[in-house]
Design a binder for this molecule. Sequence first.
Ligand code: HEC
Length: 116
Amino acid sequence: MRRTITAAAGLAVLVLGTHPSKADGIGNPARGLEYAKANCAGCHAILKDEIESSPNPDSPAFAAVAATPGITRTALSVFLQSPHPTMPNLIVAGEDADNLIAYILSLKIPAETMPN
Ligand code: HEC
């Protein structure tokens, strides 16, 4: 029994490791969600099924951001490092940015079939 479990875990690692999923291995989506709850949820809807319910109506829901064609790690990274009119002091960099981007990209559904 133990052998079987170990083999299954090994297989899962193998499959996840080689599968061309949306995750590129950078950043921790769970931490990104925590960061978003603390810093972004005042304006943006941040959860997966909240497409049109941002507290601030001018702020796109993260799920909508993720669904935007052409949204990539690079695009989000550039965006988060630039101040812009509505979020003048909001610059996210380093590990926080990696985690946030991993979280936002994880909202793409279904990731494998989205054009990138
Ligand atoms: C004070 C309200 C407010 C907060 C807090 C806020 N945002 Fe925004 N955000 C906006 C508004 C309004 C827009 C849309 C207008 C614009 O792009 O200038 C926006 C746009 C964006 C966009 C661009 C979406 C697109 O498709 O162009 C991203 C990505 C984003 N915010 C991420 C974040 C993240 C990540 C956080 C938390 C670290 C955050 N925002 C916190 C108000 C806010």
